[in-house]
Design a protein. Structure first.
Length: 408
């Protein structure tokens, strides 16, 4: 308890700085800086060649975290770690319409793969985009799939130290292949965005797979009141303090043909391949410091449990079931923020003997922003309740986390 009070005191009494809104970094690439190095918060350090043939930009961010888990009124474990450390490079080559994004990860949790004998995997994004006009963008390479909004959001733009449990179970993460984005530029407020992807279906840095199996992903976003300020629909919290109400309603679908891994693009290798369907829907509203978001995620595969042919007692399975998240926040003047989140997962009966059938996470968090999401302090506490099939008494535990994030 003394530790929690100390963390709260740090957040409340540290001297305040004016928080700057998140930058629309895509537009930064089109500014002609000549050959003078430039710096901008949220856009990093960069340089443009004298002949404007290329622009190079570099950024970093780190998340240093301490967390404690409590079970049956005892401290179960204490973790002190670099939760994330990322380097990002972006810019353009030959023409401002040809851009690239490279992101490397160096913290243990970012490079670990669940597949046996896989080497450390530091490449998260390596993708080239061609944007012929304001509406269209085409990408080739490895990057995030257009699945659920919480996963598409950068981990550097989160209100809480990590994403929800529903996202952790059901997200489709990254993959290699082709992507396309279409954004409307109507004169009236109503706009929409369509995103599609044809990818390998096996996730990050996968070398090859037998046969010809493709993962298909599509997402549509409806924005009845127009686009959010400075890309505010893809970072959490209303740090911009939207002057007009902004709303996004979105749905996405992913079909992973003959997937090799337990979560499609993630997880261990299945003993037999399975076709996996993923369904997503999300809602986001922001206005004058208030932000509300909700997501629904569902995964389904026929015959999800697979057995080792040599040792039938060993099983690996697709997590069939669904999850949902509700998250709300208010950003006070001075950029102090309070956040509440409820997230849950529900496993289908056919796999409920292997995982908790019900998991519920209740989280309350406090943030202090010094420079938007690029420099912030975060403290949260989570109550966790998990129920196993045919067991009356649910398992209960607590988790408390403190995190400092710093980046450029």
């Amino acid at each position: 308890m003394k530790t929690i009070i100390l963390f709260l005191s740090v957040i409340v009494f540290l001297p305040g700085y004016s928080s700057h809104a998140q930058q629309d970094t895509i537009m930064i690439r089109y500014i002609d800086y000549g050959n003078i190095p430039y710096f901008a918060w949220g856009s990093g350090i960069g340089i443009t060649s004298p002949d404007s043939i290329y622009q190079f930009n570099i950024r970093f961010r780190m998340q240093n975290q301490v967390s404690m888990n409590f079970h049956e009124e005892q401290v179960d474990n204490l973790q002190a770690r670099v939760r994330r450390f990322r380097l990002r490079f972006d810019g353009y080559v030959v023409d401002p319409h040809i851009t690239y994004v490279i992101q490397l990860a160096f913290a243990n949790e970012d490079i670990t793969d669940f597949v046996d004998d896989n080497p450390p995997n530091i490449v998260r994004d390596a993708i080239i985009f061609y944007s012929p006009n304001r509406s269209w963008s085409f990408g080739f390479g490895q990057g995030k799939l257009p699945g659920n909004r919480e996963r598409i959001n950068s981990s550097g733009g989160l209100q809480l130290p990590d994403r929800s449990t529903a996202n952790g179970v059901f997200n489709i993460d990254r993959d290699f292949g082709l992507q396309a984005i279409y954004r409307t530029v109507f004169d009236n407020p109503f706009q929409f965005v369509f995103k599609g992807a044809l990818t390998t279906g096996e996730g990050r840095n996968w070398v090859s797979s037998p046969g010809f199996n493709i993962s298909y992903t599509a997402r549509i976003e409806l924005l009845p009141f127009g686009y959010f300020s400075s890309g505010g629909d893809f970072f959490q919290g209303d740090l911009i303090r939207e002057k007009e109400p902004k709303l996004s309603i979105a749905a996405a679908y992913n079909f992973n043909d003959d997937a090799e891994r337990t979560a499609g693009q993630r997880g261990q290798l299945l003993y037999e391949n399975r076709n996996i369907n993923n369904y997503f829907a999300d809602f986001l509203f922001k206005y004058n410091g208030w932000a509300f978001a909700t997501e629904f995620l569902k995964r389904n595969a026929k015959d999800p449990v697979t057995f080792d042919p040599e040792y039938p007692e060993k099983v690996r399975f697709v997590y069939n079931g669904y999850g949902f998240t509700f998250q709300g926040s208010y950003n006070f003047p001075g950029d102090y923020e309070i956040v509440g989140r409820y997230s849950a997962t529900r496993a289908d009966d056919e796999i409920a003997i292997y995982v908790p059938q019900k998991s519920d996470y209740y989280t309350l968090g406090f943030n202090k922003y010094f420079r938007g999401h690029t420099f912030k302090l975060q403290l949260d506490a989570t109550y966790i309740r998990s129920s196993v099939l045919n067991v009356v008494q649910a398992d209960e535990s607590w988790n408390v986390r403190f995190q400092i994030e710093l980046g450029i």
